[in-house]
Design a binder for this molecule. Structure first.
Ligand code: GLV
Length: 369
């Protein structure tokens, strides 16, 4: 007696056509793996179909749209180390998030791994040397998130210098207020100096915003950068200049970090740097928490060594130093630099497209390194 079972087929590869002929009437063409599982007791897929692990919550309609015909797993929860370590074993590709622990040991488990598509600008969670040695392409998502991240950095700059979070807390707490010439005075921006550490895409976008608000920009970077677009924003600001870090810390009214986290930038803002800053100066960090020595920052803020801080990133996320949370002159945000919907869609699309291209034997659009 012939036993019959349903077969769910994902993708349009030749094997699917063969199965359709062999099992006419019982083979359903499915758009994704879950669909196939629902339809069939058996799921068939061709050898061209890759297994892609999405390690954290993702905009899955966008991701799936870029990866038709592949098996895409996850995307609805954060995978912890154990789950990632189990999943990576059979993965052809990973679509990753910035807190995934992709160290040498983890990467070593991915014997089939061809590409890591990091959905972020930064990739300090990935051991690039280990990936390179294993012949794995690593990609990230530059070019699509700098404007949104600079918007958020400038929001922090405005909030902390004009005390808007503190003022809002005051109102919401029902504290007495009236229009008062001397109440909640903040710092002015026109003619003030913004010191940018790292004039990449995000730093440059931040500088353009600052110039529009009448701030003069100085920056620290390894090489001179093209500052034409910054200087074109406002005829009333001074030409943008590259300076040594010591001058940047000593003369800026606001220091804003836009550098990657590397061995060189770890604790770049330490007790000495904070001591060198003006007492009236502010620190804005939308880069990586560990670029700042958080304990030193707490001391500097507590002792009035600097005037305030606007922080979107922290050394030990999601934990935030408890003292920071009690300080009125500190604005804290939960790492939402690029969290604008169109930006996150563009990031998801680019990360998935990079994966699709590498799996297809083509060069990635935005490889790292
Ligand atoms: C976020 O922090 C990113 O690197 O994109």
């Amino acid at each position: 007696m012939q036993s019959r079972f349903n077969i769910g087929v994902v993708g349009d590869q030749p094997i699917c056509c063969i199965l359709r002929h062999l099992h006419s009437g019982i083979v359903a063409h499915c758009t994704d793996f879950g669909d196939a599982l629902r339809v069939g007791g058996v799921v068939a897929y061709s050898k061209d179909m890759a297994r892609i692990i999405v390690t954290a919550p993702q905009l899955m309609s966008v991701v799936n749209g870029e990866l038709p015909g592949h098996e895409v797993v996850g995307g609805d929860h954060f995978m912890d180390r154990q789950e990632l370590s189990d999943q990576i074993v059979d993965a052809d590709a990973l679509l990753t998030s910035l807190s995934d622990p992709l160290d040498a040991e983890m990467i070593g488990r991915g014997k089939n791994l061809k590409v890591i598509g990091q959905c972020a600008a930064g990739f300090n969670n990935i051991d690039l040397d280990a990936a390179k040695q294993a012949g794995i392409t690593v990609t990230s998502t530059p070019g699509v998130l700098h404007e949104a991240t600079a918007d958020l950095a400038f929001t922090l700059l405005l909030e902390v210098t004009r005390r808007t979070s503190e003022a809002e807390r005051w109102v919401r707490a029902g504290k007495a207020w009236r229009y008062d010439h001397t109440f909640m005075l903040g710092a002015g921006l026109q003619g003030a100096t913004l010191g940018i550490v790292g004039l990449g895409q995000i730093g440059e976008a931040m500088a353009r915003r600052a110039a529009a608000f009448g701030m003069n920009v100085i920056y620290n970077a390894r090489h001179d950068k093209d500052v034409t677009a910054i200087d074109a924003v406002n005829p009333n600001t001074q030409p943008t200049r590259r300076v040594e870090l010591s001058e940047l810390f000593a003369t800026s009214d606001v220091v804003s970090l836009h550098c990657p986290l590397t061995d060189k930038t770890h604790h770049l803002v330490d007790a000495d740097a904070l001591a060198a800053m003006k007492k009236t100066a502010y620190l804005v960090n939308t880069a990586r928490g560990a670029c700042v020595d958080e304990a030193a920052l707490v001391s500097a803020l507590a002792s009035g060594e600097i005037a305030g801080a606007g922080l979107d990133v922290f050394e030990d996320e999601p934990t935030i130093n408890a003292d920071l949370l009690t300080m009125e002159n500190v604005v804290v945000l939960p790492h939402i630099g690029s969290a604008a919907l169109p930006t996150r869609e563009a990031m998801s699309r680019l990360a998935a497209r990079n994966i699709a291209k590498v799996l297809d034997g083509k060069p990635a659009e935005t490889p790292v390194g």
